[in-house]
Design a protein around this ligand. Structure first.
Ligand SMILES: C[S@@+](CC[C@H](N)C(=O)[O-])C[C@H]1O[C@@H](n2cnc3c(N)ncnc32)[C@H](O)[C@@H]1O
Length: 207
């Protein structure tokens, strides 16, 4: 058994609502592989419990799996914002989020991640962000997000390993992720650790 298989098997199990959403995502969409995997989801939940965000945001909702994971640690009275441009997914969200006792604390934004960040009120600093939308513009999203983060806010970036292909892969997605990885590790205002979780989950703390 390799370390990833062991790690995925030995932690707390996936909650039943998330298992149902995962199954429904595979049944009702053609792109189930876009969904956050169960082990990464448990890490999102744990980080959210550690941070206890009052304001959290997810860029790229897909079927709403990561949304429910992040919701688990949201502070009482807090709001979890999530941004998705494809409204064909909203039926899946509604059917599953409504089953969660705190589903009403999710605020869904229909549109482009950059538009939501551009209109974000400065009076609402973000305590926790999960960046999981298009990889082509992930650095632009990061630059827009950084000034909106609370002092000592936490950012998570998915797919930063890109299946181990970043040394040679060509194209706008690997270009975007390489630029993100370089940008993050060279910023002394951040503390950055790449967690070998899922497809690479980078965690960055604003000092
Ligand atoms: C990798 S999936 C997100 C997975 C999700 N976070 C989860 O936990 O399962 C990426 C999603 O981001 C959406 N998306 C991509 N680029 C976007 C953008 N610029 N603005 C808003 N949504 C975007 C896609 O439609 C897709 O549903």
């Amino acid at each position: 058994m390799d370390l990833h298989t062991f790690a995925a098997a030995e932690g707390s199990p996936e909650p039943p609502l998330l298992a149902r959403l995962r199954l429904a995502t595979w049944q009702r969409t053609r792109h189930g592989r876009l969904m956050t995997d169960p082990h990464t989801g448990r890490v999102l939940s744990l980080v959210s419990h550690m941070v206890r965000p009052h304001t959290a945001i997810e860029l790229g909702t897909f079927s709403g799996y990561g949304t429910l994971c992040l919701l688990e640690g949201l502070a009482p009275g807090g709001t979890l914002h999530t941004v998705e441009r494809n409204d064909e997914l909203f039926g899946l969200h509604d059917a599953h989020w409504s089953e969660h006792p705190r589903g009403g604390d999710i605020q869904r934004h229909h549109g482009q991640a950059m538009d939501v960040l551009a209109g974000w009120p400065a009076s609402t600093p973000i305590d926790l962000a999960y960046v999981d939308a298009d990889k082509e513009s992930v650095v632009v999203q990061f630059e827009a997000l950084l000034p909106l983060m609370a002092p000592r806010g936490w950012m998570l970036f998915d797919n930063t390993w890109w299946n181990g292909t970043l040394e040679t892969a060509q194209g706008p997605k690997p270009d975007g992720l390489r630029a993100l990885n370089d940008r993050l590790k060279n910023d002394s205002a951040l503390q950055v650790v790449v967690l070998p979780v899922g497809d690479g989950l980078t965690i960055a703390r604003k000092r």
